[in-house]
Design a protein around this ligand. Structure first.
Ligand code: ATP
Ligand code: MG
Length: 289
């Protein structure tokens, strides 16, 4: 099992979008005649991933059932015995005709609705609860765990810190803009904090993934050199493949209900999104074997 967090402390750079793209494509991969089993942990109270995967009604129903990531965290933290599997809400695989590749089944753990007192009602007190109690369970029933974190967080967000400490690596989506780059040091500091408090070498930073790229735009040309300079200085790689800025990619993560195949959902951008996901897959295999 391999656990990846998608994180950049800057808001709105495509964390949830990339999480959904990775879930869709990875769950559709068949390796040694078996589909990869993917779990998404939505650790952002906004619930963007929950909506994209389960639909708005599905997310509400899952929250109403009380089987949320916050509830699970609270019970694990308190040392209670829990049926962790009951917290996995299934998004069924797409139905397709002919030879098209269906979007694969994904299991989702949904976030709790944001309250005004996010830190006061933090469901966790310990930093390594997920690593010690959730990760071993997930290792028995899935191949890949993807975690979507909120932006603008700090070390008091113990759900996010637990997610990071449970992760093997982090992918950092960035936009090729000055504002996006300015948030990078904070982001890496948080990753470093998780590594330090986890007491090991993980999570590693798998790389910067350029999102909303428009190679014809001025902004791209003005800032792309700086992206590589900064990445070199910080010692992190930049993905060779990038996600283009495209309206139809916005709708790919909408609450669109039933979508059958990857091509239905990603249309014209299917190959580009796939290339990003496959590159991530190769990177973690080359780093971690
Ligand atoms: N490549 C893209 N092309 C077009 N629109 C995009 C692309 N990537 C993301 N978006 C859009 O940008 C907005 C922000 O994306 P997203 O919600 O994934 O960011 P985020 O980092 O998860 O934000 P937050 O910090 O609020 O959680 C969304 O409306 C999304 O649909
Ligand atoms: Mg998000």
């Amino acid at each position: 099992m391999y656990a990846i967090t998608i994180y950049n402390n800057k808001g709105g750079v495509g964390k949830s979008t990339l999480t959904v793209f990775m879930a869709d494509f990875l769950a559709s991969l068949v390796i040694r005649e078996r589909s990869l089993r993917v779990v998404v942990l939505d650790l952002d109270p906004q619930g963007s991933c929950g909506v994209a995967m389960l639909g708005r009604e599905g997310l509400e129903a899952a929250r109403q059932s009380g089987l949320t990531v916050g509830d699970l965290a609270r019970r694990l933290d308190a040392g209670q015995k829990v049926d962790i599997g009951s917290y996995l809400h299934r998004r069924a695989a797409g139905l397709v005709k002919g030879r098209a590749t269906a979007i694969g089944e994904v299991a989702v753990m949904v976030s709790d609705k944001a309250s005004g007192f996010a830190f006061e009602v933090n469901p966790l007190h310990r930093l390594t609860t997920f690593r010690e109690k959730l990760r071993p369970f997930l290792a028995t029933c899935c191949d890949i765990v993807l975690m979507d974190l909120p932006g603008n967080i700090d070390v008091r967000n113990l759900l996010a810190v637990n997610g990071l400490i449970m992760s093997d690596s982090v992918i950092v989506p960035v936009e090729v803009s000055r504002f996006s780059l300015e948030a990078l040091p904070d982001t890496l500091e948080m990753i470093h904090y998780a590594r330090e408090r986890g007491g090991g070498m993980r999570p590693t930073c798998l790389g910067l993934l350029l999102n909303r790229v428009d190679k014809r735009g001025q902004q791209y040309h003005r800032n792309i050199g700086q992206v590589h300079v900064l990445a070199d200085r910080l010692g992190i790689p930049v993905f060779e493949n990038a996600l283009p800025n495209a309206q139809s990619l916005t709708t790919a993560t909408d609450d669109t209900g039933q979508v059958g195949s990857l091509r239905d959902r990603y249309g014209h951008y299917h190959a580009q999104v796939k290339a990003v996901v496959i590159e991530a897959f190769r990177r973690w295999h080359s780093v971690d074997g």
